[in-house]
Design a protein around this ligand. Structure first.
Ligand code: BES
Ligand code: ZN
Ligand code: ZN
Length: 478
């Protein structure tokens, strides 16, 4: 897709005019007859109105202003998605967009929604692949620049790469494949990539990752991506650790079928999120030293699979009694968080589809956050969440939630109480990092069963836009 700014309002071409709902119909340039039609449609609460002029269409879009800025911006995104769906239904692949708002964030949100809606996953479609694509978008908007739209193109392509990874089944996405994709993204964006193979992981004594991998035919990987620009604002990095379970059967504590395994190809969504985030950060040349770590394996019974009752020794030397092999995400993340120490993080953030409990608590509408930071880091996450509508809700992180992780025979066990299970999972991780720590559980929003607005069914790429914004602003004063 080619997006560019234009300096004049084009005449007699397919055009989308984006207005705030507050615009009076009389102020819209159109014939008396057309104005009547528009007024009627607006009366019927229609927010997308097309005037068909035989050789071209004039599409009018009206965005509702909401009681919060967050929701107003989201209305613009959703309207952009609606506009994309309309263009697709009419097979219009060249379009001009004209901006009639006095707020550049509004028109940019509209364009963002339109771009995000253009996602499709054709990889396995031999019979009816999606063939429509928007070829050229010309933007008339004196308040915005090519740089603004380039940023949207980069963030959108990062989100799409996360969605692609989440949608790809394990038959085509082993841990090795995931690390190869990380290397590909790194080459494209100018990141430093290092992939550890099984032998190196054994040398590093990553007992969590190796135990989860023990039942698998395929070897594990541990991938490091680094973005360390010369103009970085920070000397200690933000380290993002993503859960890269390419498939979660539960292991010997096999997930109770039917249905409970259906979505488990998405158990590497945390990995996809951190990979896509650092990819965008590098392409955008954001001056923040950032590291992404991705421990990866599938979780299966078979071979020499780890068992309930096993006691394993983790990368940091602590011992863990296994109570349930389905609580595997915390074991590989723990090794990742422990390895992060090599980078002396200013802040470590884990991102994971970690617990069904988090999804049960808030559904697909937000990201569960918790942490032990004593500054305003979580507030900043929430702000980025509101701006991008990848909203963040903070759970308590009281020490009581960690007590149920005591083991009779080891330092810890990998299973806490059922109540507050998302939090005891976070508390488990806290044992493996000395850095200020935030944990994000994306089990709810990472993979969804129906499409809404610009969010497709399946892998959503949740957290990518939020984390890019967070990293960008983290070291700014104020
Ligand atoms: N990958 C799952 C969590 C999950 C569940 C993600 C549903 C997305 C949708 C995780 O590894 C898991 O199995 N967690 C268990 C933990 C339990 C054994 C303590 C869970 O949530 O039931
Ligand atoms: Zn599991
Ligand atoms: Zn899992």
């Amino acid at each position: 897709m080619n997006i560019q700014h234009i300096n004049t309002i084009p005449q007699q071409q397919n055009t989308i005019s984006v207005y705030p709902q507050s615009v009076k119909t009389d102020n819209i340039p159109a014939s008396t007859e057309q104005l009547k039609y528009i007024a009627n449609k607006r009366n019927d609460k229609c927010n997308l109105i097309s005037l068909n002029n035989y050789t071209y269409q004039q599409i009018l879009c009206f965005a509702e202003e909401s009681y919060t800025e967050t929701n107003t911006l989201e209305n613009y995104r959703k309207l952009g998605a609606e506009a994309y769906a309309y263009l697709k239904s009419e097979k219009l692949n060249t379009i001009n967009i004209t901006d009639h708002n006095n707020n550049k964030e509004y028109i940019l949100s509209f364009i963002e929604g339109l771009l995000l809606k253009s996602y499709h996953f054709n990889k396995y479609k031999t019979l009816e692949p999606e063939t429509f694509s928007l070829e050229s978008v010309n933007i008339y908007s004196p308040n915005t620049t090519d740089t603004d739209t380039q940023i949207l193109e980069i963030t959108t392509s990062a989100v799409f790469s996360a969605r692609d990874l989440v949608n790809t089944p394990v038959i085509d996405l082993s841990a090795v494949k995931l690390s190869e994709t990380a290397q590909k993204l790194a080459n494209e964006a100018g990141l430093q990539a290092d992939v550890f193979d099984k032998q190196k992981i054994e040398e590093l004594k990553m007992g969590g990752l190796l135990s989860v991998n023990a039942g698998s035919f395929d070897p594990p990987t541990f991938t490091t991506l680094q973005w360390k620009p010369a103009d970085a604002l920070n000397t200690k990095p933000i380290v993002l650790v993503g859960k890269g379970i390419v498939y979660d059967t539960g292991g010997l504590s096999l997930k109770p079928t039917p249905n409970s395994m259906d979505q488990m190809k998405s158990d590497m969504a945390g990995a996809a999120t951190v990979m896509a985030t650092i990819y965008a950060i590098a392409l955008l040349k954001i001056p923040v030293y950032t590291v992404a770590l991705v421990p990866s394996t599938d979780n299966r019974p078979g071979k020499n699979a780890y068992t309930p009752g096993d006691v394993i020794t983790m990368h940091n030397g602590k011992t863990v009694e296994i109570k349930n092999t389905d609580a595997e995400g915390r074991l590989i993340l723990a090794d990742g968080l422990s390895y992060a120490k090599n980078f002396d993080p200013a802040l470590s953030i884990s991102v994971a589809t970690l617990t069904g409990n988090a999804a049960l608590a808030i559904g697909p509408y937000g990201i569960v956050a918790m942490g032990n930071t004593t500054d305003n880091s979580i507030d900043k996450l929430k702000q980025s969440g509101e701006k991008t509508f990848e909203r963040v809700v903070e759970f308590p992180f009281w020490e009581e939630y960690g007590k149920s992780l005591k083991s009779d025979i080891a330092d810890l066990k990998n299973l806490g109480e059922r109540e507050g299970g998302a939090i005891s999972a976070g508390k488990f991780l806290e044992n493996f990092t000395e850095a200020p720590f935030i944990h994000l559980d994306i089990a709810g929003p990472a993979f969804v069963s129906k499409s809404t607005g610009y969010i497709p069914k399946g892998g959503t790429g949740t957290g990518v836009r939020m984390l890019i914004d967070f990293v960008k602003n983290y070291f700014n004063q104020a």
